[in-house]
Write a protein that binds this ligand. Structure first.
Ligand code: R5P
Length: 291
């Protein structure tokens, strides 16, 4: 064997070329492992540095949410226009074909329903083995900063981050807002920074005033949740502002699947997120696409 290796003439060791090296394109992620970077690069488009995540995990607290009565009919046609599908393992296994080959943000926290006055006491509902089995690109855990279940939710987050670090799977720390919880800049500054310092590799939060302060003070990428359904032009403006003010993407649900034209809406959102379109350009684009 050793002799046969030498039979090939013309080795080129590129002695004058320095070894390839690159700065990873997502902030705060230079020192994570190769496998984690690879998963992040599946979720965030390396060219734009941004992501469009389609959230349809609402059933885990809300049951059959308007627009998501039939996930198998609603979600697959939209998948081609997004970077990431965010769902529960139950919905993914039962209603989303694995052949879609999309990055998956797996909802891994579980808790009580919207009928509960205080929904802040969640548990880890999916263990690391099942997250690996689902080929999760990241695991999503809700944190309830300032709520009665704060400590438990932080424990859930930290345990998941530890498990994810063992196998190179990033954790998406979701900042929860409950009925009684604040939605102020001060609150989101506190909550996003805490969750990043606990070690979450991605943070999901809500858009708020002075959002650039939140993205600036948070050392890892932030994606925004869409929240309750808005008129399409307003949802696109929300998306535009968040990206302009430093968000690395959106994780949007109701403003897409409850839209009059979900396919047009998801494409318009992607125009802003990946192509730097303005909200007006994106809305004109939305209106130009037939149902
Ligand atoms: C919260 O974590 C929910 O489960 C959703 O993933 C999230 O709220 C995003 O969906 P929406 O854009 O409908 O708020």
């Amino acid at each position: 064997m050793a002799d046969s290796m030498e039979n090939k003439a013309g080795h080129n060791y590129y002695l004058d070329v320095p070894p390839a090296s690159e700065v990873f394109f997502l902030k705060g992620m230079d020192h994570v492992d190769w496998g984690m970077k690879n998963r992040l690069a599946r979720m965030f488009n390396p060219k734009s540095g941004h992501t469009v995540m389609l959230a349809f995990d609402h059933g885990y607290i809300m049951g059959s949410t308007a627009g998501l009565e039939r996930i198998d009919i609603v979600i697959p046609p939209l998948a081609g226009h997004v970077d990431v599908l965010m769902g529960t393992r139950g919905a993914l296994r039962a209603a989303v074909p694995p052949t879609l080959d999309k990055a998956v943000a797996l909802r891994c926290s579980a808790g009580s329903s919207v009928l509960d006055e205080d929904m802040s006491h969640e548990v880890i509902g999916v263990n690391i083995e099942d997250a690996i089995r689902m080929n999760a690109s990241c695991m999503a855990i809700q944190t309830f900063i300032g709520a009665p279940g704060e400590k438990t939710s932080i424990q859930n987050l930290c345990n998941t981050i530890d498990a994810g670090n063992r196998y190179g799977i990033p954790t998406l720390g979701v900042i929860a807002v409950g009925k009684e919880m604040e939605r102020t800049t001060k609150y989101f500054l506190l909550a996003t920074r805490m969750v990043a310092e606990f070690g979450a590799q991605i943070i999901k939060t809500y858009y708020c005033d002075e959002f650039e302060k939140i993205t600036s003070a948070c050392p890892v990428p932030i994606v925004i949740a869409g929240g309750k359904k808005l008129p399409e032009n307003e949802a696109l403006t929300l998306c535009f502002r968040a990206i302009r003010e430093g968000a690395a993407g959106v994780d949007m649900g109701r403003n897409i699947f409850q839209s009059e034209n979900p396919r047009a809406m998801v494409k318009a959102v992607a125009k802003i997120v990946h192509e730097n379109a303005s909200d007006k350009e994106a809305y004109d684009f939305y209106l130009s696409i037939k149902k």
